[in-house]
Design a protein around this ligand. Structure first.
Ligand code: GLU
Ligand code: MG
Length: 451
């Protein structure tokens, strides 16, 4: 953060302030996402926004070592009472939160007091991966699907907000005002909503948003979730994005859609590989597929994630890929004939919303880039329910198993750096210990209102 960048950020704050005043904004919430996938916040009144943009808002680095129950680990690179960072709101992503009247929001970039990026800042690590791909002439378009479950009242027990059939119009009708306000608040926040629908599980809904650059997609998913949370509270509901709301039900995924682009062309389409994949697009996908066990330590990072990641729940619990296969960890989507050069993409289904979306982006891009460097190829696609074959390898069935793969993966080590690898492992071990001996009901209940 040099003087020039400070001046640029201060100028953006000055430029934004008039519009914010006109829209009745009093204060700006500045969020970052911790290692456990929880958005943490500091806020400033509008009068302080310019100072915050240029000089940052003080915040302890301790949150990198927080577990989902707010207990704190003590590690080599994170934890403990000492130190202070600077949160610089990125005003390029400023949004007005109409569901929280008087509030605007911006994501934070975390720097140290010498103006260097904090080595555990997930948004910084994601940007570094975007830049590495760009150095090879590539860009990625991404989006996170958002599934959530809405519960009536403010109690800790889950009371589904709708009782109609899965995907049923009844569920929309039961909560039409709520869903209208979700769409309205997202649109007012500048989100390009593509669709909204009732999902399968009790009280479950889903929003899809347009693809954008990877950092934008991660920012968007934070904004979408916090907006849904706010609209829910305004309607006397409680929203949860937890991977497994009820031990017996279908979970909430946070599927990540990715397409790789070079020279204005989508490399997921127009090639002579299977389903139109180009060789480079296939290699990118292969880099991800071959590293899924390790990637899960970031993308399915909670003990509850492994209650969700089971066969026959459309969570993508098998280490395979297939065209429009909703049980494959990677569902390949071509889009409609005539629109494929725009629409074709990979959907990484096994990720959930306990993942820090910036870290998710960072590791997916790193794995894809490694695949391209290796000239990776995909195995045969799976065109049936993988379970029925009996030969397709399931993904790790526990966080501990995913962590083992993660800690020995050289590509992820290079992407995230030793400090982040060590801190992720620290937090994952802490959460494994936290739930030691707990049965699925207890894991679901204790995770339910955290994300
Ligand atoms: N809710 C499912 C999950 O846990 C996904 C359902 C779907 O394919 O949209 O990922
Ligand atoms: Mg869905």
């Amino acid at each position: 953060m040099d003087q020039r960048e400070r001046a640029r950020r201060a100028a953006s704050a000055r430029k934004a302030t008039g519009g914010l005043v006109a829209r009745g904004v009093t204060a700006v919430a500045v969020t970052w996402v911790d290692t456990s996938g929880i958005s943490r916040v500091k806020a400033v009144p509008l009068s302080r926004l310019e100072h915050a943009a240029a000089w940052g808002i003080g915040a302890s680095p301790v949150f990198d070592a927080f577990l989902l129950d707010d207990s704190i680990m003590s590690g080599r690179f994170a934890g403990g009472p000492v130190g202070d960072l600077r949160l610089h709101p990125d005003l390029d992503r400023l949004a007005v939160l109409t569901a929280l009247p008087g509030w605007a929001w911006a994501p934070a970039d975390r720097y140290d007091q010498d103006g260097m990026p904090h080595q555990l800042d997930a948004r910084y690590l994601a940007r570094r991966e975007v830049d590495r791909l760009a150095a090879g002439g590539f860009s990625v378009r991404a989006s996170f699907e958002v599934e959530w479950a809405a519960s009536v009242g403010d109690g800790d027990d889950f009371v589904p907000a709708c009782t109609g059939p899965a995907y049923g119009m009844t569920r929309l009708t039961e909560r039409s005002g709520y869903l209208r306000d979700v769409v309205g608040a997202l649109t007012a926040a500048g989100i390009a909503v593509e669709q909204i629908h009732p999902e399968y599980a009790a009280g479950q809904y889903e929003v899809s948003v347009a693809a954008e650059d990877p950092i934008g997609a991660a920012d968007t998913t934070v904004l979408v979730r916090e907006t849904i949370r706010a609209v829910s509270l305004n309607h006397g509901l409680r929203a949860t994005f937890s991977p497994k709301v009820l031990a017996g039900g279908v979970g909430n995924g946070a599927h990540v859609h990715l397409s790789l682009w070079r020279d204005g062309a989508n490399l997921m389409a127009g090639g002579d590989g299977r389903y139109g994949l180009t060789g480079t697009g296939e290699a990118f996908a292969a880099g991800i597929l071959s590293r899924l066990p390790a990637l899960l330590a970031v993308g399915a990072p909670s003990v509850a994630s492994y209650l969700r990641l089971v066969p026959s729940h459309w969570a993508g619990a098998f280490a395979c890929w297939g065209l429009e296969n909703r049980e494959a960890a990677i569902r390949f989507v071509t889009g409609s004939a005539g629109d494929r050069s725009r629409a074709a993409n990979l959907e990484v289904k096994c990720f959930d919303a306990a993942a820090n979306p910036y870290l998710a982006v960072a590791v997916l891009l790193a794995a894809g880039r490694a695949g391209v460097a290796e000239g990776g190829t995909l195995p045969e696609p799976v065109e049936v329910d993988p379970r029925s074959l009996g030969t397709v390898t399931p993904l790790p069935s526990s966080l501990g198993a995913a962590l083992q793969a993660f800690e020995t993966d050289a590509v992820l080590k290079d992407a995230l750096g030793e400090a982040m690898i060590d801190t992720i492992a620290l937090v994952r071990r802490g959460e494994i210990a936290l739930f030691e001996g707990a049965d699925p009901e207890e894991i679901a209940a204790r995770t339910r209102w955290k994300h």
